[in-house]
Design a protein around this ligand. Structure first.
Ligand code: HEM
Length: 486
């Protein structure tokens, strides 16, 4: 059977120069439009297939997930110290033990008791935005880091302490850079790992040396602090207290291994939770400043359902279809993980007459599936109405969450946590604040570019917006809520 079509490879390096260094989703989309649903690349010996449609991703990564759930054995993973991260583990019993330990804390039922905490964090975000609107990007970061740190480690991050935030930010910078498919030659020529760091071209060695201690710090420091709090009897219920209770089921060597699993899954929850949802909410601010009409409609709904005497809560969700649709659009409009995390195949396979050899990296072009004009007409417009019919959520509309969180056995297990945090932030901010683009020298709102950074997780490039409370009632509601919980 033939391999799928793709750009012509060069001798030795194959398609290394065809792998984009920025706008990856767009470049791979162009290849799809030129070569078809499957595009084959050979990057210095590493086979890659780009899946050009959501249907192909469902067929291979979901329906045939028993042979498409592996991850690349990456040299950068061990060089940068991410070898404990579930996202990077190869498919097998060690990954399965992590996934099992993680999953039980992230089902909708298990998350239920943490709803009030997520509500509180969203209300605090709006309060900080009123007090200090200029640093809104920092406040959004703090809110997500706080929510996930409380959930995972039972830690309340103090207002004036950035240790937890910096820990996550510094470590995740390396994750974002180190795992861009095709970025580092050492991934395809592992022998390069023995190059000394001073050697010309061995930038990856120098970067890895800086990154590794930061990555291990993120894994170890919060875990040790949570264990100390448990020993001292001062730990509130959290994922870690649950994981420690769970350990009592095991003994001997299994107990020791499960303790490592517990440390790793707590850290993956914090690492993956702090930054991904953050990107979606940043896009929300960008979207609201660029599409004021959306804010107006959302507020009409919030005014009617929630009113001026209280703040939104999760129980309002079913009565707020427009706000729900805004939340969906936040996951679609600017894509958080444009290429997801590549899966690797563990058997030769055939799809639509083409051979996909064992060991191929299979990339779902999530950005493109969420911007395909056939599914989402005028994809660059922020339009919640796509998901609505007669003022209600349209059951026939396509839910971007079914794409944005990935596919099959490796699909995002933090989806429900992310979704609740995102909804609450969107609802609270829209209910209490108004977001506008800053005025230019001509007195008109400036046009926000909305460009996204390049990385496994992509964020809007830094931008400015004006944020003001909607009225004295909103300010006093936020103040009351802040005081009541401090
Ligand atoms: C808007 C927010 C989020 C988005 C868009 C997102 C998206 C993704 C995607 C695309 C993947 C790869 C799926 C695949 O391989 O097919 C993934 C994996 C993962 N996500 Fe998320 N995620 C989000 C939030 C979270 C949160 C809040 C957590 C944890 C609390 C989390 C934990 C994970 C983990 C542990 C994996 C690795 C799963 C594995 O390899 O088995 N994510 N996520």
């Amino acid at each position: 059977r033939p391999l799928p079509p793709g750009p012509k490879p060069l001798p030795l390096i194959g398609n290394a120069l065809d792998v984009p260094v920025k706008d990856m989703g767009q470049v791979f989309r162009d290849m799809t439009l030129k070569y078809g649903e499957l595009v084959y690349l050979n990057v210095v010996g590493q086979r890659m297939v780009i899946l050009g449609t959501h249907e192909a991703a469902v067929e291979l990564l979901e329906k045939r997930s028993s042979i498409y759930s592996d991850r690349n054995e990456s040299t950068m993973v061990s060089l940068t110290g991410w070898e404990w991260l579930m996202t990077t583990l190869t498919y097998g019993s060690w990954w399965r033990r992590h996934r099992r330990a993680f999953h039980q804390f992230f089902t909708p039922t298990a998350l239920d008791p943490y709803g009030p905490m997520q509500e509180l964090e969203a209300h605090r975000l709006a309060h900080r935005l009123v007090k200090d609107p200029e640093h809104f990007l920092t406040h959004i970061r703090r809110m997500f880091a706080s929510s996930i740190a409380r959930f995972t480690y039972g830690v309340e991050i103090p207002e004036d302490d950035d240790e937890y935030l910096t820990m996550a930010e510094e470590a995740l910078e390396s994750f974002n850079q180190a795992f861009i498919p095709g970025k580092y030659l050492v991934e395809t020529l592992p022998v390069l790992r023995y190059l000394p760091s001073w050697f010309p071209g061995a930038t990856f060695q120098r970067e890895a040396k800086v990154w590794k201690p930061r990555v291990h710090k993120l894994r170890d420091v919060p875990w040790e602090q949570a264990l100390k709090a448990i020993r001292e009897g001062s730990a509130p219920p959290s994922m870690v207290t649950g994981l420690i209770q769970r350990l009592s089921r095991f003994s001997g060597e299994e107990h020791a291994e499960e303790e490592i699993v517990a440390r790793n899954v707590a850290a993956v929850a914090y690492a993956a939770g702090a930054d991904t949802t953050l990107s979606a909410i940043q896009s929300f601010f960008l979207g609201m400043a660029s599409f004021p009409e959306v804010q107006r409609k959302a507020r009409e709904e919030l005014d009617a359902v929630v009113g001026p005497h209280r703040l939104p809560v999760l129980a309002d969700r079913a009565s707020l279809p427009y706000v729900e649709a805004v939340t969906k659009e936040c996951l679609r409009w600017k894509t958080v993980a444009p290429l997801g995390v590549p899966h690797r195949s563990t058997q030769d396979d055939v799809y639509r007459g083409y051979c996909i050899p064992k060991g191929t990296l299979v990339v779902a072009n999530i950005w493109w599936y969420l911007h395909d004009p056939e599914r989402f007409p005028e994809p660059d417009v922020f339009r919640p109405e796509r998901y609505l019919k007669n003022g209600k959520l349209d059951p026939d509309s396509f839910d971007p969450a079914d794409i944005a969180f990935g596919y099959g056995r490796r699909a995002c297990p933090g989806r429900h946590f992310a979704d609740a945090s995102l909804f609450l932030s969107v609802a609270t901010v829209l209910h209490t604040l108004s977001i506008t683009a800053p005025l230019g020298v001509d007195g008109q709102p400036v046009k926000l570019e909305g460009r996204m950074t390049t990385g496994v997780i992509s964020y809007p490039e830094p931008f400015a917006v004006d944020i003001k409370p909607r009225g004295p009632w909103a300010e006093s509601l936020l103040e009351e809520s802040w005081k009541a919980t401090r």
